[in-house]
Design a protein around this ligand. Structure first.
Ligand SMILES: N[C@@H](CCC(=O)N[C@@H](CS)C(=O)NCC(=O)O)C(=O)O
Length: 206
């Protein structure tokens, strides 16, 4: 299998899930501005939507959308319990988190990376994100991970998007459970391996 990724982008979340699951994964870097891969392929021919992540399966099929890819990878190693069993209520709870992180949190960050976004829209998106993080912090005040006592794919995704906060002027230092979550997740060996492989470890506390 191969993951098309861009360093530190949302593709980091499935990358972390693969490492947490102990799955072997080839990586191919994508320049999301030029839509070329590091091997010179036209990325739009791989994903017409032009976005990372894309997972290339061993049969050549391509799977897109971070929540689908994370669940696909985690389901390959059920014994690692990175997602609850399919069909269980807990699985829908996990999907509830993935949906919230994907459509509410991730997509509130996206305009903050666009240089054309006006200052008033930036302020509005930061305020929206502060509200989302206050909601998440209430959950993490009494449990280490989004799903309770066990690290899950949702935590890999939350860690990935929260890593963007300092790059877009979003100050989360007042939300102690979020700060503690980032440190806890960032200390996991598999997550450090993924950060290292994407050349990001120097950005993280030791
Ligand atoms: N709905 C997609 C969105 C993925 C997405 O937004 N990817 C960003 C990086 S985090 C991207 O590749 N953007 C390309 C661009 O801005 O041109 C998913 O959840 O996987």
């Amino acid at each position: 299998m191969k993951l098309y990724y861009s360093p530190g982008a949302c593709s980091l979340a499935p990358h972390m899930v693969a490492r947490e699951a102990g799955l072997a994964l080839d990586l191919e870097k994508v320049d999301i501005a030029t839509k070329r891969t590091e091997r010179g392929a036209d990325f739009r021919a791989i994903n017409a939507k032009g976005n990372v992540p894309v997972l290339e399966l061993d049969n050549g099929e391509w799977l897109t959308e971070a929540p689908a890819i994370m669940q696909y990878l985690a389901d390959m190693k059920p014994e690692r319990e990175l997602v609850p069993r399919n069909g269980s209520m807990a699985r829908y709870r996990l999907q509830e988190w993935l949906g919230f992180i994907n459509s509410d949190m991730h997509k509130s960050y996206s305009p903050l990376f666009n240089p054309a976004t006006s200052e008033s829209v930036r302020a509005e998106k930061r305020e929206t994100l502060q509200g989302h993080y206050a909601f998440v912090a209430r959950h993490l005040a009494s449990q280490p991970w989004l799903m309770g006592e066990r690290f899950s794919a949702a935590d890999a995704y939350l860690f990935t998007v929260t890593n963007w906060a300092p790059h877009v002027g979003l100050d989360l230092s007042g939300l102690t459970p979020i700060v503690a979550f980032q440190q806890r997740a960032g200390g996991r060996p598999a997550i450090r391996e993924a950060l290292q492989a994407e050349g990001l470890l120097q950005d993280m506390p030791a």
